[in-house]
Design a binder for this molecule. Structure first.
Ligand SMILES: [Zn+2]
Length: 249
């Protein structure tokens, strides 16, 4: 038996494990720097992916307005082409618009050039609807390879991940999602007496990457439950822009 075979295969397994960690783990920095937290335990950055969505986004905007909460929307370029009015309304209400690619592919398997095109086309869609550019980017599924963050940087964008992703991308009872969001309040309450110096970036979904009009009613219901409670816990709702560099008020 060749003794090198098991060593070689375990080395290959270790490399594969490292690549998987860098590609998937939300706070891994192996494939380039990403923003994963806010700079204060009192700041909660709520983010929404995969919109704009005619079935949900307008209701979500009304809900956020009611609770005076601003958020960040990582939009899909092809949906922006279909619903530019919803994007304009989102921006007009003070929310931050960010890039989530043109067609929501898994970028892990794509070349630098193909990644560049996905990011640039979404920037153009946003620019066409808003006459302004996006400064922030989130990769679909959170998947990165060695070119993803680099291409985003070259297009003038910083890459954003999250501290909590509670799995709201499938229809589910609101109670389940409400339970999965409990760590935000736990962190806020623990933070006041601990040395924690950072706050959460929460990844939710107002759309679905497979089709328009995805049902995210459970996300609305869970936010109806939590927004007033998070505010009572002392949390301040910030955009990703405000999540870094602006003092908590
Ligand atoms: Zn997505």
């Amino acid at each position: 038996m060749n003794p090198l075979v098991p060593i070689g295969s375990s080395l290959a397994a270790a490399c594969a494990g490292l690549i998987a960690y860098g590609a998937v783990y939300p706070r891994a920095q192996l494939f380039g720097p990403t923003l994963c937290r806010t700079d204060s335990p009192r700041k909660l950055a709520i983010t929404f992916d995969d919109g704009p969505n005619p079935a949900i986004t307008p209701k979500l905007l009304a809900l956020l307005e009611k609770h005076k909460a601003r958020a960040t929307f990582f939009v899909v370029g092809r949906y922006v082409h279909e619903c530019p009015e919803i994007l304009r309304e989102t921006a007009a209400r003070g929310h931050l618009i960010a890039n989530h690619t043109q067609t929501h592919p898994n970028l892990f398997w794509m070349s630098a050039g193909a990644i560049h095109n996905e990011l640039r086309q979404c920037l153009e869609a946003i620019g066409g609807a808003l006459n302004s550019s996006a400064k922030w980017f989130r990769p679909p599924f959170g998947f990165r390879n060695p070119w993803v963050v680099k291409e985003a940087t070259e297009l003038g964008m910083r890459t954003v991940m999250w501290t909590l992703i509670p799995g709201d991308w499938t229809p589910q009872p609101p109670e389940k999602l409400i339970g999965n969001l409990q760590p935000i309040a736990d962190h806020a309450q623990g933070a006041s007496g601990s040395a924690s110096s950072t706050g959460d970036i929460l990844c939710l979904h107002d759309g679905g990457h497979r089709e328009l009009n995805a049902d995210r009613t459970h996300t609305l219901r869970a936010l109806e439950h939590w927004l007033p409670r998070w505010r009572d816990a002392g949390l301040e709702f910030v955009t990703i822009e405000e999540a870094v560099g602006t003092p908590a008020t």
